[in-house]
Design a protein around this ligand. Structure first.
Ligand code: BDP
Length: 679
């Protein structure tokens, strides 16, 4: 009896207890109005369009400002997915040329409202920088995620198509709220299975949920699908039966999903099949798929992430393979290029392909999931990395040919333009593992929409929407975010060092890593080249001459040691330990200082964060606090491992004013994390 009474009392209390904050609401924390304050009228559209209805509903539910008219004006084609917002006295008028523009405008208004922004009296015109703003999920059909650190895949393949998780719609809404309009559901290391009829029915179910949020579904395809699924003798793109197989497959897909987006393809890369298996080129392969999709308006995103162990400097290979194919791709093919020439390292120079292939549509691929940035344990805000890449000048058409300009709507062949990022989303209640990793999803969407936004502006918006608008919280936390990427570069691989990661899982440091008989281009020594003389990869004309792939004057800027930006020095040069840096320090001393600085910065983040306790909920506060502790421990691990290892070559002491190592190198060498490839 007493137990029952207690239980009853406990149950009665539950509604009065604050609901534990788990981060699941992301940046969408508008408070619901009991009753709409003002009307929302709709003009210029006859039938009840579900996207327009959604825009209206979001505003009725959450908008606290003046009355609004939503209007479609199909003549205003120049707006694309964008919108115009006019405000006069007591009314707001929103004009878009497509229904999705109205939904994006609704989120624009709500974002302003929630961040305390003012609607200026003049009109606002927003036109997206890229036509296709796409997330790439590296999700496998068995529910694991390649390089995913936020739990299992969001897609419950076994339950689809019948059962629809409520998260599918939440996912679509979150994406729509930041302008993302495309999603590739599955891993680029693609299973052919995703194209069989059973899976296509599941894909259709997801597409049906996403549609009213303006999101198109794409699939990664395995180039050998005709052989694996269709039973053909091979998948040679020049064979008629192979071409017929893809055409029939495209027809089958579009019958189910009339607005299907297209295919993403990783071919002849890291063991994936591709046209080169049959002596054909990347263009032959891409064009064959493009022809199959063309009648339905589908696109091919063909990845340029290719390299072979036996050839030249890995950093040169994508350029070498793709530049000869310039102008040979169909107009519905976009070559998808990782931001750097190696692989999502903490810092890389931009991929020289962006400054080449003038007759080929090109798109950027960023990585949100922190494969090389501490997984979901480290707070690393990536907008500064994205900005650095977008602002990089390729000099393709003289000064000012930034990657932002080269890839966005304004330039580039008058074809569809696109930008992609590898998603960091999983089943975790906060979606991304680390609460602050949500900011990277957010930042990508905002930059895909407007590639001129600053990292600080995006961080400010995100903090205001996600946590609090109090200045005493926003300002210091913004500083943490803005400094976090450089901190990670400093404690992991400063001055242009790269790929010092532990084999396969890429979490911790293993600059000594060497798997006997393993691929040299997967070994850290391939990249750092430390020896008694110095450290770094010589990519100047005396070395691999990768610098020649950059347009003048960059070839000389990067190629001549004295001109090379110091944050890329060891990317392009093998530099003596006693080389004088601009600061007057020797290279060895500067290296030690950078590692130390990385550690000190994370310690500073901890101090700042601990003072934030009173501003936010205890759940997210504690979670971030404990992750920062882990990051601080990892930063020391990185520093101790790298400095003690490189010291074996430099033969010099760590400057005495810096903190001493607290781990033995031998002890660090024994660390083997129990993580599989698919962790
Ligand atoms: C590397 C990842 C690998 C991916 C590959 C890719 O380690 O898991 O499959 O890139 O982008 O960064 O295809």
């Amino acid at each position: 009896m007493r137990v029952q009474l207690l239980l009853l009392m406990a149950l009665l209390c539950i509604p009065f207890l604050a609901r534990p904050e788990d981060g699941s609401q992301l940046w969408l924390r508008f408070s619901k109005l009991g009753k709409a304050i003002h009307g929302v009228d709709i003009l210029g559209i006859k039938s009840a369009d579900p996207t327009v209805a959604l825009a209206k509903q979001e505003l009725l539910d959450y908008w606290k400002g003046a009355a609004i008219t939503l209007q479609i004006d199909v003549k205003q084609k120049q707006l694309k997915d964008g919108y115009q917002i006019n405000q006069n006295e007591k009314k707001i008028q929103v004009v878009a040329s497509r229904p999705i523009g109205l939904l994006y405008a609704a989120y624009h208004l709500l974002r302003l409202q929630e961040t305390g922004g003012q609607l200026s009296s003049s009109k606002i015109i927003e036109i997206p920088s890229y036509d296709i703003r796409v997330l790439n999920h590296w999700d496998n059909l068995d529910g694991t995620i390649e390089r995913g650190y936020a739990g299992h895949s969001l897609w419950h393949w076994a339950e689809l198509p019948k059962k629809l998780s409520p998260r599918y719609e939440q996912y679509a809404r979150a994406n729509a709220s930041i302008g993302i309009n495309a999603t590739v559901l599955n891993n680029v290391n693609a299973s052919a299975q995703v194209l069989d009829a059973g899976y296509l029915a599941k894909v259709k179910a997801l597409a049906d949920v996403f549609r009213k949020y303006g999101i198109k579904v794409y699939l990664s395809v395995n180039f050998s699908s005709p052989k694996i699924l269709g039973g053909l003798p091979d998948s040679d793109p020049l064979r008629k039966d192979v071409q017929r197989w893809w055409k029939a497959k495209a027809k089958e897909i579009y019958t189910l999903i009339p607005d299907f987006g297209g295919f993403l393809v990783k071919a002849n890369s890291e063991g994936q099949p591709g046209p080169q298996d049959y002596g054909r080129t990347h263009a032959d392969g891409a064009n064959m798929l493009a022809d199959a999709l063309k009648p339905y308006g589908g696109m091919v995103f063909w990845r340029a992430f290719v390299y072979h162990p036996t050839k030249d400097d890995r950093a040169k290979q994508a350029y070498q393979e793709f530049v000869p194919l310039d102008g040979k791709f169909r107009d519905n093919v976009i070559v998808q290029i990782k931001n750097g020439p190696i692989d999502f390292q903490p810092r890389e120079p931009f991929n020289p392909l962006f400054g080449a292939m003038p007759h080929t549509a090109k798109m950027l691929e960023f990585q949100l999931t922190q494969e090389y940035l501490g997984f979901s344990n480290h707070l690393v805000y990536l907008a500064p990395l994205f900005r650095e890449v977008l602002d990089s000048d390729t000099f393709a058409h003289g000064e000012g040919s930034t990657i932002a300009k080269m890839t966005a709507s304004s330039g580039n062949l008058h074809r569809e333009t696109a930008i992609a990022a590898v998603a960091n989303i999983g089943q975790d209640s906060n979606w991304t593992g680390h609460h602050f990793a949500q900011a990277n999803w957010y930042a990508f969407g905002r930059l895909a929409w407007n590639n001129t936004l600053s990292s600080a502006q995006i961080a400010g918006e995100w903090i205001g929407l996600t946590f609090s608008r109090e200045e005493a919280f926003v300002d210091p936390v913004k500083q943490i975010m803005l400094n976090s990427r450089e901190a990670a570069v400093d404690y992991m691989m400063p001055l242009g060092l790269h790929h010092l990661f532990a084999f396969d899982h890429h979490y911790g440091p293993e600059p000594w890593g060497d798997i006997p008989g393993g691929r040299p281009d997967w070994m850290p020594w391939y990249y750092h080249n430390a020896d008694s003389l110095g450290i770094g990869f010589d990519r100047s004309i005396y070395g691999s001459n990768a610098v020649a792939q950059y347009n003048p004057p960059l070839d000389k800027r990067y190629g001549v040691r004295a001109n090379c930006p110091e944050n890329l020095l060891l990317w392009f040069h093998h530099v003596p330990w006693d080389y004088r840096m601009k600061s007057g320090k020797t290279l060895w001393t500067a290296l030690c200082y950078h590692y130390d600085q990385g550690v000190q910065k994370v310690r500073e983040f901890q101090k700042v964060w601990d003072r934030m306790e009173k501003h936010i909920d205890p759940y997210r506060f504690k979670s971030v606090q404990s992750k920062l502790r882990m990051q601080a421990r990892d930063a020391v691990w990185w520093k101790d491992a790298c400095l003690q290892y490189f010291q074996l070559f430099s033969g010099q002491p760590i400057p005495y004013e810096l903190e001493r190592p607290i781990h033995d190198l031998e002890e660090l060498k024994r660390i083997k994390l129990p993580m599989g490839h698919h962790n």
